[in-house]
Ligand binder design. Sequence first.
Ligand code: CA
Length: 201
Amino acid sequence: MKRILIVEDSIDLAGGLRRNLEVEGHRATISGTAADAIETALRDAPDLIVLDLGLPDRDGYFVLEQLRARGCHSPVLILSARGLEADKVKGFRLGADDYVTKPFGVVELMARIGAHLRRAASESEPLTNGVLGDDALRQRYALTDRQIEVARLLAQGLSNAEIADTLGLSTFTARNHTEAVLLKLGASTRARVGAILRGQA
Ligand code: CA
């Protein structure tokens, strides 16, 4: 479940968006003014902000500028009736991640939101400290401590020679460890190891 802030003064549009997001299993809150949006975003650090440009107090650009200046790095998708290239460029310059023009197709909008949420999730998850912790790798795949070290280096794309170097082993020993790791993880290629460690396999 992701937390999404909808900044939109049209109650119908905001409510429709919230229902769609809830169907996808997310939790959405609505801000109808720039002032409320800034306060809410800085307090909650939502996983994504859908930002209308035409708000009753200040415009969406002001909201975006304030958020970026005050350390809020949540992905921002601008949703606006202003479809000119200059409007979009201004939005991107201020730190928006995407720009969708009204009227929009709900299916496309939901797909774009999903893509931003997935990207944000994978970026906030360092490779060397993935979803699967050492305990999970020991219990689920019966890896030894040394094999866990090797698996994490494989996930970073290191070769056998580089792994040997990093761990102070001979290349022969490193290759044996690599083969054991691939076998235990059921990984057909070295590239699969990263996905398995990130819980994406
Ligand atoms: Ca509006």
